[in-house]
Design a protein around this ligand. Structure first.
Ligand SMILES: NC(=O)c1ccc[n+]([C@@H]2O[C@H](COP(=O)([O-])OP(=O)(O)OC[C@H]3O[C@@H](n4cnc5c(N)ncnc54)[C@H](OP(=O)(O)O)[C@@H]3O)[C@@H](O)[C@H]2O)c1
Length: 228
């Protein structure tokens, strides 16, 4: 199902950088931004230009190559899930680099290149607000992202900086033999009695980018999952 509520958002001629690879939420976001009139650059580790959020040089090169932008949306994630007693330190560093440290470097290299009225939007996630076993790193990164958005909004003013926290989204990353039973279980517990879709998240992103008075906040697009 697609919620398709983005038709009123106008981002004509706004240059929007999406960091997040070509799949999942980032792919849907790209098509909705293009439909809203934006000039979209979607990058990941395998695109042209490419960026690896664990590598500051690649972030610096991306900034030099793109020049000025209106909005940046950092969707990327890397995962280090599992019991804390079994976590691999390198995987933990990578997950936190992609979610937290990389976006700090994005702010460092793009802050002087964001046009008036522009913004940065970072991706958090419901695991930060409803921790569950095996998601220690994800929870930590997601809450750090929310704090980072607040801190950057104050330091980089008047550039707006926000975070978006999705719940469980049928983005493709859950595809596998257990997906349907997992989604049914999640939907039954969710106050909205559903899982989310990439279109739900994308519509919320467009609203945050376009609204000049949304700043320093985390928008929860989780059907209320953080409350139960
Ligand atoms: N789907 C959900 O249910 C859910 C729930 C809560 C929060 N979220 C958050 O929502 C966002 C999008 O979720 P998703 O499921 O669409 O995404 P995803 O499949 O988890 O990953 C998004 C992209 O991150 C990119 N990436 C990984 N390592 C990178 C690196 N070192 N540098 C740059 N990019 C890197 C990958 O693109 P390349 O391989 O092309 O580089 C990948 O396609 C994530 O931040 C996720 O944590 C999702």
């Amino acid at each position: 199902m697609s919620c398709g509520v983005t038709q009123d958002v106008n981002l004509t001629d706004k240059k929007v950088l999406i960091i997040g690879g070509a799949s999942g939420i980032a792919a849907r976001l790209k098509s909705d931004l293009v439909a809203a009139g934006a000039d979209v650059v979607l990058v990941g580790r395998n695109s042209t230009p490419a960026v690896d959020l664990t590598d500051e040089d690649s972030i610096r090169r991306l900034a030099e190559e793109l020049g000025e932008v209106d909005h940046i949306v950092s969707v990327s994630a890397a995962h280090a899930n599992g019991p804390v007693t079994e976590l691999d330190m390198d995987a933990v560093h990578t997950a936190l680099d992609v979610k937290v440290v990389g976006p700090i470097m994005v702010a460092k290299h793009f802050a002087g290149r964001i046009r008036p009225g522009g913004s940065i939007l970072l991706f958090s996630g419901v695991a930060g607000w409803r921790p569950s076993p095996g998601l220690v790193v994800m929870a930590t990164g997601n809450v750090a992202v929310a704090a980072l958005a607040e801190a950057l909004a104050v330091e980089l003013a008047p550039i707006r900086v926000n975070a978006l926290s999705p719940g469980i989204i049928d983005s493709g990353s859950w595809d596998g033999p257990d997906k349907e039973s997992f989604f049914a279980q999640v939907a039954a517990a969710n106050p909205s009695r559903s899982i989310g879709h990439s279109s739900d998240v994308s519509a919320a992103v467009l609203t945050v980018l376009a609204n000049p008075f949304i700043n320093g906040t985390t928008l929860h697009v989780d059907g209320g999952a953080r409350l139960v």
